[in-house]
Design a protein around this ligand. Structure first.
Ligand SMILES: [Fe+2]
Length: 416
């Protein structure tokens, strides 16, 4: 794959042992792989970014990084209140650099994991370290002249669809990937969120978010099933708020991006949730957050503004909106009421959605002058990629949004 350096480099062990890390691909064939996903880069910020990996047993992990493939001079360790993080499913390491991270050259990094077991508090065993290959990460530039974003959604754990989308993504080389919800069918007992979310192609070589960041925008299925609470170990909270983990307001060149979490597709009081749904106050909180971010100059002054919401915010005549006990939301009545008027007032250009598995483009109306693009679906013939290209040339900003299927047919194309 592109931007990946495969040669081994010496490990800078944290524990002063001289053991070198076993390369991930070597252990894959032995069936003893500790690292069971490619790295997934999340939450890019000026001085920081996070990396998630899936693991097969209790382990700690760290990121070794630098600005040349043979000089990974810095180490970031996952820890919380002084205690180094350990988990048997997924680990997330936040890289907090002392200065602004470069956007004009790659950040070279690899993730190293090491098994951990306890006999008792003073008898800890550490196993052999394993590492990913070294990847070259490009962080999108907040001051870029152009930015390319691809949004995908509703893959519902269909490996074939994920692999085909992956191939397209590698061809189109976006600066940023958005996974706009519904990664799984549900997270039932037999469904491992760490594999579905971090290793969706079931192939460690297919790393769609190791060289570019991924923005996760939560879907209704991602919150379902007894293992749904493990999802936040994989797609972790944004650094600004654990209460609103999937709300981000980011600026990349001419484009402002805002992610919204529409939550479940039925009201909280619906009997199928058996008292486990609290999306109504959560959406209210997001509304207050949205009000604040829309006042920020980096969002307000952006030439183009795009929001993501898994469940569409604009509905069609006669569609159920998920606010009553009848059926389920074809569009989010709650989001339409709380957020859409704010997006309209702030001059948003478009909402990117999925959920329905039927592509459509809702063009602006006098009442709602915001485009809405709906795409995606589990089957190969349903899946789509939404491509957003925003450019600034000689002070003039332009944007194009295009929805295409896996047969390379352009379903919708809109110039701004
Ligand atoms: Fe959905």
């Amino acid at each position: 794959m592109s931007n990946q350096f495969n040669e081994s480099i010496p490990v800078r062990a944290l524990d002063n042992t001289s053991s070198s890390a076993t390369h991930q691909s070597e252990s894959k064939t032995t069936g003893s792989a500790l690292i069971t996903s490619p790295p997934v880069v999340q939450h890019p910020r000026a001085k920081s970014f996070g990396v998630s990996i899936a693991v097969s047993s209790l382990a700690t992990a760290w990121v070794e990084y630098g600005f040349a493939k043979d000089d990974l001079a810095f180490t970031a360790v996952a820890s919380h209140h002084g205690l180094v993080a350990a988990d048997d499913q997924a680990l997330h390491i936040r890289v907090n650099h002392s200065d602004a991270l470069p956007t004009d050259k790659p950040i070279c990094y690899r993730v190293v994991a090491q098994p951990l077991s306890y006999q008792d508090a003073y008898n800890l065993q550490r196993g052999k370290q394993q590492s990913t290959p070294v990847y070259a990460l490009r962080l999108p530039d907040p001051n870029a002249q152009s930015i390319r974003v691809i949004s995908i959604n509703d893959t519902h754990a269909n490996t074939e669809t994920v692999c085909s989308l992956h191939a397209q993504i590698e061809k189109l080389q976006p600066d940023l990937l958005i996974w706009n919800g519904d990664t799984c069918r549900d997270f039932n007992a037999e469904d491992a969120p760490n594999q579905i979310m971090l290793n969706p192609a079931n192939d460690l070589k297919l790393a769609w978010a190791a060289t570019r960041p991924l923005l996760f925008s939560n879907g209704n299925h991602d919150a379902r099933g007894e293992r749904a609470r493990e999802a936040v170990k994989c797609f972790v909270s944004c650094p600004e708020s654990t209460e609103l983990p999937y709300n981000q307001a980011l600026r990349f060149g001419p484009l402002a991006l805002v992610t919204l979490d529409t939550g479940e597709d039925k009201p909280d009081r619906h009997p199928v949730f058996a008292g486990t749904a609290a999306y109504e106050p959560y959406r209210e909180k997001q509304s207050t957050w949205l009000e604040g971010v829309l006042q920020q100059a980096m969002i307000k002054d952006a030439p183009f503004k795009v929001a993501t919401a898994h469940i569409p915010l604009r509905g069609l005549e006669g569609q159920e909106d998920g606010t009553t006990l009848d059926g389920y939301a074809r569009y989010s009545g709650f989001g339409a009421k709380l957020w859409l008027p704010q997006l309209k007032a702030a001059g948003f250009d478009a909402v990117i959605s999925g959920h329905t598995h039927h592509p459509r483009h809702d063009t602006p109306t006098a009442e709602m002058p915001v485009h809405q693009f709906v795409g995606g679906g589990r089957e190969l013939e349903q899946a789509t990629l939404t491509l957003i290209d925003a450019t600034l040339t000689h002070g003039k900003a332009s944007m194009q949004i295009q929805v295409a299927n896996l047969q390379n047919e352009v379903l919708f194309k809109q110039a701004f």
